[in-house]
Design a protein around this ligand. Structure first.
Ligand code: 5AD
Ligand code: SF4
Ligand code: FES
Length: 367
């Protein structure tokens, strides 16, 4: 594991040409030796595009009146989960715009329990449902969810408030509290940021990486920012790097994250595919090891419009599976079917919690 300081990280993030290539190569080697060449899948179910928040970059923001809102029925969620199981995906991820009303909380709890009934609990469940109370996180955990993704979006408070309103609904402090609460509840916690935001500099991204490390997260999901015309941040699109540069910076972020945290799970985000046709494979080759193929029923997909030109919106699960098999084989990787694919980082942390320190545990983890 490399102990990098902020200046060292900034230097890596600014690397170009052959220096950048050797960073990506080094990250690939570290990944292969810690988590191997297998890629775990999480079948993605985009449950609802109804959102109470108004994030300045996101197409699902409540202020976007152009979007037709939906919420998938229980039957449809369960048939998508069943499909994930039949395709051997091992896990599902339920993602949604943010809601915290009792009906929503109950529905998710119920759905998690129902998904857990499939084949004796064989599917792992990741939730990505935003900021909730500790009580809600606990209910969903007890129902059977065991991973939770909540991106910090930016760990720099000033930048955070350039991309969110500064009000009680979009509080930076609350987001940090939620990440802590998820950790305490016992979830494998994932966080991440968008790369290439207006006003974002390399030193912001370096701080993000140090934040992930400090939080000792089990998973990271980061991807390029893609300007959405129906959002307020769109007017700053001239300030952001080109798609090629955003792709490169995303790959360097993934690579440095892998060097700093060799045992984590890292998602090759769909947004990579939007700005580069080989974006997801490139992310895998730079250190990512998880892909989230879309299993949302076709009729809803176009309305889960986080950003324009999302990949695979028109492809069926069968097509994506064949496509992924071929693309991953071409870069010497293979899909791990029928496994939850928990990160070695989390398994080690769990062992530490239960039995004290494992033998190979580094001093910084010792209780
Ligand atoms: N570009 C890239 N990613 C985005 N997200 C939301 N809007 C955009 C965008 N315009 C990501 C955020 C959020 C997740 C649901 O989608 O990081 O956490
Ligand atoms: Fe809602 Fe999440 Fe989009 Fe913010 S980023 S508007 S919370 S869906
Ligand atoms: Fe969906 Fe290639 S992964 S079409």
């Amino acid at each position: 594991m490399e102990a990098l300081d902020k200046d060292g990280i900034v230097a890596l993030l600014n690397s170009e040409g052959s220096e950048m290539e050797s960073l990506l190569q080094r990250a690939l080697e570290v990944k292969l030796s810690h988590v191997g060449n297998s890629v775990h899948l999480r079948g993605l179910i985009e449950y609802s595009n109804i959102c109470r928040k108004n994030c300045l970059y996101c197409g699902l923001r409540s202020g976007n009146r152009k979007l037709e809102r939906y919420c998938i029925s229980e039957e449809e969620v369960l048939s998508s989960a069943l499909l994930a199981h039949e395709l051997g995906y091992g896990s599902v991820a339920i993602q949604s715009g943010e809601r915290d009303d009792p009906e929503f909380v109950r529905s998710i709890e119920h759905l998690v329990r129902k998904i857990k009934e499939i084949d004796g609990g064989s599917l792992g469940i990741t939730l990505s449902l935003g900021e909730q109370s500790p009580e809600t996180y606990r209910r969903w955990f007890e129902a059977g969810a065991h991973r939770y993704l909540l991106r910090i979006e930016s760990s720099d408070e000033e930048l955070y408030y350039k991309i969110h309103h500064k009000d009680s609904l979009h509080s930076f402090r609350r987001r940090l509290d939620c990440l802590e609460s998820l950790e305490k509840t016992g979830y494998q916690v994932g966080t991440g940021v968008m790369v290439g935001l207006p006003f974002q500099r390399a030193d912001h991204l370096a701080s993000d990486l140090l934040f992930f490390k400090r939080m000792d997260v089990a998973m990271i999901g980061l991807g390029p920012y893609i300007p959405h015309p129906d959002t307020p941040l769109y007017r700053f699109r001239n300030l952001i790097p080109s798609p090629e540069k955003r792709m490169e910076m995303t790959l360097k972020m993934i690579a440095v994250a892998r060097l700093m945290m060799p045992g984590i799970n890292m998602v090759a985000a769909t947004a990579n595919q939007t700005i580069d046709p080989r974006g997801r494979e490139k992310a895998i080759a730079a250190g990512a090891n998880v892909i989230m193929p879309n299993l949302t029923p076709g009729e809803y997909r176009e309305n889960y419009f986080l950003y324009p030109d999302k990949a695979c919106v028109k492809d069926t699960p069968d097509q994506c599976q064949r496509c992924l098999d071929i693309r991953l084989a071409a870069i010497g990787h293979r899909i791990m079917y029928n496994e939850w694919g928990d990160s070695p980082a989390f398994l080690k942390k769990q062992a530490t919690r239960q039995n004290g320190c494992p033998e190979d545990c580094s001093a910084e983890h010792r209780p």
